[in-house]
Design a protein around this ligand. Structure first.
Ligand SMILES: *Cc1c(COP(=O)(O)O)cnc(C)c1O
Length: 400
C-alpha cells in the first residue's frame, strides 16, 4: 500500500492551501488562485526528481497511457506489443486508441523478454510497451535496442515502479515516453491520478494539447482565447491531486528505502528454504521493493505453500489465479468483447494483421507465473509484525 500508508499532516497542509483559495482547477482563475498552482508544482518537482524534460499530470495511469499513445500517433491499424504479465489497463489503453494489443513473453524478471520480442514484430507493429511490473525494472536498454532496429516506438508503463531505476536512470524516462500511476494501490498516491513523461518537447506538447480539449496553453492570453491545432479530450489532473501528490513525492525515497529494508529481512527468511528461488532482478539497485517475488519448483507445491503461508497469516498473490494481471486469463479480451457492439478496433478494416492470445506463444510466462508467489512489502513494518511473518514462513516451510 506504500504511499497510502503515510497520508498525514503534510498532505493535509497542501490540500488546505486549495481549500483556502477555493480554486480546484489547474488552469485559469489567475487572480483568485493567489499564485497557487499545485498540479504545475507537482509536475515540475516530478520532472526534477526523475531528471527528465517534461511531466504532465493526468486523471489516471490509464489516461496517461492513452494520452501518451495519442501523442506518439499510435492508432487504428497499428499493433502494440505488451507483456503477458501486466495489469489489464495497458491492453485497454491500446484498444482505446484503436490499436491492437499483442501479447509477448516474459523473462526471469517477470517483465517483457527483449530476447523474444522479434517473434512478435509484424508489419503492423508500431510500438512496444515494456511494463516495470511489481516494482522492478524490465531490461529496458535491450527493449530499446530491438525497437531501434525495427524503427518502433517505446512507451514505458511505469505505473508500478515510481522512483525505480535501471542502470542509474529513472524508469519512465528511458523510452520515447513513459507513464506513472498514482491510484490508491501504487507506490505514491493521489487517490486517482497519473503522469505522462518525456524528454521530447513535441511529444509533450501533443500530450498537453490532447489532455485538455486541444488548448495550447499560451501563457499570454486568457484561457478562452487560447489556440488549438488538434481535437482533444479531458484528462486534466485537479488541484487536490496535485496537492496530495506534492506531499507524497517528498516521501517517495523514504518509502523505497523502508520497503527495501523490510524486503531484505523477508527475503533472507525465504532464502533459507530449500527449493525457493527468487524473481530475477537485472538491476537490484533500481528495485523499489514494493513486492517480493519468489518461486517454487511446480504449480502444485506453489499452491500448497501459498495455503500453508495463509494458515500462518502470511498473505501472498498468485497472479495466475488473479484475474486482472495475466493476459491469457482475460476471456473478454480473447472474445474481442470491446465496449462497443461492433468489436472495434479488432474489426477495423484498417487493421491488416491477425492477432492471437494463445498461451503456446508465451511458454515461459505459462511456466513461471503459476509457480511464483508475490508478497506485498509494506512501508511500515513494526517488529512484532515482522517477527510473525518470519515465524509464519518458517512454519509453513515444513510442508515443503
Ligand atoms: C495501475 C496500472 C495502470 C493504470 O493505472 P490507473 O491509475 O489505475 O489507471 C497501468 N498499468 C499498470 C501496469 C498498472 O499497474
Amino acid at each position: 500500500m506504500a504511499g497510502a500508508e503515510l497520508i498525514g499532516a503534510e498532505e493535509k497542509r497542501e490540500v488546505m492551501d486549495i481549500l483556502e483559495t477555493g480554486i480546484f482547477m489547474r488552469y485559469g482563475f489567475d487572480e483568485e488562485r493567489k499564485g497557487i498552482f499545485k498540479v504545475k508544482e507537482f509536475e515540475e518537482a516530478f520532472a526534477k526528481y526523475l531528471n527528465c524534460g517534461y511531466a504532465l499530470g493526468v486523471t489516471s495511469g490509464s489516461a496517461a497511457l492513452k494520452v501518451a499513445m495519442t501523442a506518439l500517433d499510435v492508432g487504428p491499424g497499428d499493433e502494440v506489443i505488451a507483456p503477458a504479465f501486466d495489469f489489464i489497463a495497458t491492453y485497454e489503453a491500446i484498444l482505446e486508441v484503436g490499436a491492437i494489443p499483442v501479447m509477448a513473453d516474459i523473462d526471469d524478471s517477470l517483465n517483457l523478454d527483449p530476447d523474444k520480442l522479434e517473434d512478435k514484430i509484424t508489419s503492423c507493429t508500431k510500438a512496444i510497451i515494456p511494463v516495470h511490473m511489481c516494482g522492478a525494472p524490465a531490461r529496458i536498454d535491450k527493449v530499446i535496442e530491438v525497437a531501434k532496429k525495427h524503427n518502433l516506438l517505446v512507451l514505458e508503463d511505469n505505473a508500478q515502479a515510481s522512483g525505480g531505476s535501471y542502470k542509474g536512470r529513472k524508469l519512465g524516462t528511458i523510452g520515447d515516453m513513459g507513464i506513472l500511476s498514482f491510484d490508491y494501490y501504487k507506490t505514491i498516491t493521489t487517490g486517482e491520478g497519473g503522469m505522462v513523461i518525456t524528454n521530447d518537447k513535441k511529444l509533450y506538447d501533443r500530450s498537453d494539447w490532447y489532455h485538455d480539449h486541444g488548448h495550447d496553453h499560451n501563457p499570454n492570453v486568457e484561457r478562452a482565447l487560447e489556440g488549438r491545432t488538434i481535437l482533444g479530450f479531458n484528462f486534466r489532473m485537479n488541484e487536490f491531486q496535485g496537492a496530495v501528490g506534492l506531499a507524497q513525492l517528498r516521501k517517495l525515497d523514504y518509502i523505497i528505502s523502508e520497503q527495501r529494508k523490510n524486503k531484505a529481512v523477508i527475503k533472507d527468511a525465504l532464502g533459507k528454504i530449500n527449493g525457493v528461488g527468487f524473481r530475477k532482478l537485472f538491476d537490484p539497485d533500481g528495485d523499489t521493493a514494493t513486492f517480493l517475488g519468489f518461486n517454487l519448483p511446480d504449480e502444485t507445491i506453489t499452491r500448497q505453500f501459498q495455503k500453508a503461508l495463509q494458515r500462518e497469516g502470511v498473505n501472498t498473490i498468485l497472479y495466475k489465479e488473479n484475474a486482472w494481471h495475466y493476459a491469457p486469463r482475460w476471456e473478454h479480451l480473447i472474445a474481442r468483447s470491446t465496449a462497443n457492439s461492433k468489436k472495434y478496433p479488432f474489426t477495423n478494416p484498417m487493421y491488416k494483421g491477425k492477432v492471437d492470445y494463445d498461451v503456446e506463444s508465451i511458454p515461459y510466462a505459462e511456466n513461471i507465473i503459476g509457480r511464483t508467489l508475490f508478497m506485498i512489502i509494506p512501508v511500515k513494518m513494526p517488529e512484532a509484525k515482522m517477527e510473525s511473518i518470519i515465524n509464519g514462513i518458517e512454519k509453513a516451510s515444513k510442508i515443503l
